[in-house]
Design a protein around this ligand. Structure first.
Ligand SMILES: [Zn+2]
Length: 473
């Protein structure tokens, strides 16, 4: 009995020993990487939109090293950290191509008004009264917290005090194009166009090439708030500095009427005539476009950002998205500011983009699910000029990716991953958000912003605004 036990324990020891040796030699052969993100499904959003099953993404530093079946990734690489993938879809982080982050603090302040009444009677006066660097810091933090929670990894911002915005982006870990607004009227901190444009130049110069996740840009507000001579000046400065430009173009019938009355042309042709179409331009909204406008936008490689919720809420019209895509325009998706949405949830934009064009065209084949997803990822990245960095899970690109849980019973069963992502899953299903290889949210906990402090700051600002609006709650 004793001999038998000894023999058995020797056998066990030797098998343990040989197991350890083979694991050690295997580890020695495997290349060290910083992070491996696993998923039951991995949606790369590369050409052909392949969906890999039981796959993983290997990350070194801020970049994707390899995407492939888990067996292959596990055989090649040894990671400091592996994020499990059971019940999860891995995909590129979402790209919000147009927003005004700090307007989160105006969320639900006033609703159900037309664009010009909403802007002139509420938004502009309240901005004049409340928008300070501190307001922008808190509003941007709130927006970033919401975006990280919803799986947005890149956004294009257009708001006052861009330097403050850029500092929040630096701290919270997201990626952003931060566009400095200039407008012909007085705005927070400025008397008019001259000083706001000078500050925009200063901001772009100060941040350009300084931060791997932050791209500074110019933002002439819109054709109805900036005269053509001033848009020309922006175009010249953007060319000189090689900076992108973000601008509202053809965002409402009132704008189109204004431009036709004053300049006898369409908003698209009007802005094109200033030279801005020769720059790296991100056109937000792009609703009132005719065939000639679409051809011009396609030819000049202007990126378009579709904001379905905001357009619906402000009754601004339905952008000709299917026609733009057919003409070769890169069309991305955006939330616009939270005051006209009223959130920064890209999943709603994806779903509405897939639905509203079917309704308008009375055609259920318009903007199918894979195209709507493309607009929020690969094509959205191309629309904002970052297609060589983000939007797909490909070797060499930035490691901006998310894990989405698909196992909740209310969402079952799953037949088609892309259909599920577009028509079923929501921002609450995002479990992990990673930007440049850094985990910003794990199991729905945002790791880079202090939720409790933020809640206190937001409540304080809300009380101040409510007091001015004469509302006690
Ligand atoms: Zn906007």
């Amino acid at each position: 009995m004793v001999i038998r036990a000894l023999f058995l324990s020797c056998l066990m020891l030797s098998s343990l020993w040989s197991g350890a040796v083979s694991a050690q030699s295997r580890d020695a052969e495997r290349m060290p990487v910083s992070l491996i993100v696993r998923g039951d499904y991995v949606l790369t959003m590369e050409d052909g939109q392949p969906v890999l099953t039981d796959a993983a993404v290997a990350v070194v530093g801020d970049r994707i090293l390899r995407v492939g079946p888990w067996e292959d990734i596990n055989a090649r690489f040894q990671a400091e950290r592996v994020l499990p993938g059971a019940g999860r879809i891995v995909m590129p982080g979402l790209i919000n191509g147009h927003t005004h982050t700090s307007m989160t603090l105006f969320r639900g302040m006033v609703d159900d008004l037309d664009l010009m009444t909403w802007l002139n009677q509420y938004v502009f006066p309240m901005e004049g009264r409340f928008v300070t660097p501190e307001f922008v810091r808190i509003g941007t933090e709130l927006a970033c917290w919401e975006m990280i929670q919803g799986g947005t990894t890149t956004f294009v911002d257009m708001y006052f005090y861009p330097d403050t915005i850029a500092r929040v982006v630096d701290r919270c870990g997201l990626r952003a194009i931060v566009a400095a607004p200039h407008i012909d009227f007085p705005s927070p901190g400025f008397k008019g166009w001259a000083d706001s444009f000078a500050a925009a130049i200063e901001f772009v110069t100060a941040w350009q090439g300084k931060h791997p996740r932050i791209t500074p840009a110019f933002a002439p507000h819109a054709p109805y708030t900036v005269v053509p001579e001033h848009i020309e000046a922006t175009a010249r400065m953007a060319a000189k500095l090689g900076a992108p430009v973000s601008m509202h173009i053809a965002e409402a019938p009132a704008e189109t009427e204004f431009v036709f009355e004053k300049y006898e042309t369409s908003p698209v042709k009007h802005v094109a005539a200033t030279g801005l179409f020769e720059q790296r331009l991100i056109g937000a909204h792009m609703i009132q476009l005719d065939e000639e406008d679409i051809a011009l936008v396609a030819e000049r490689r202007v990126g378009a950002v579709h904001n379905p919720t905001s357009n619906m809420k402000l009754g601004a019209g339905v952008a000709p998205v299917a026609d733009m895509i057919a003409a070769g325009v890169n069309v991305g998706l955006g939330t616009d500011g939270a005051a006209s949405n009223n959130d920064l949830d890209m999943w709603e934009e994806i779903r509405l983009a897939a639905l509203v064009h079917k309704l308008k065209a009375a055609d259920p084949t318009a903007i199918p699910a894979p195209v709507a997803l493309d607009m929020a990822t690969r094509m959205g990245a191309a629309a904002i000029g970052l297609g060589d960095q983000v939007g797909q899970l490909s070797a060499g690109l930035q490691a901006d990716l998310i894990q989405v849980d698909y196992t909740h019973l209310r969402h079952g069963p799953l037949y088609d991953v892309m259909s599920h992502l577009v028509y079923v899953l929501d921002s609450q299903d995002v479990q992990t958000t990673i930007v440049a290889g850094q985990v910003l949210m794990l199991d729905r906990e945002v790791l880079t912003l202090d939720e409790n402090k933020l809640r206190k700051d937001v409540t304080r600002i809300r009380d101040e605004i409510s007091a001015v609006l004469g509302r006690s709650e």
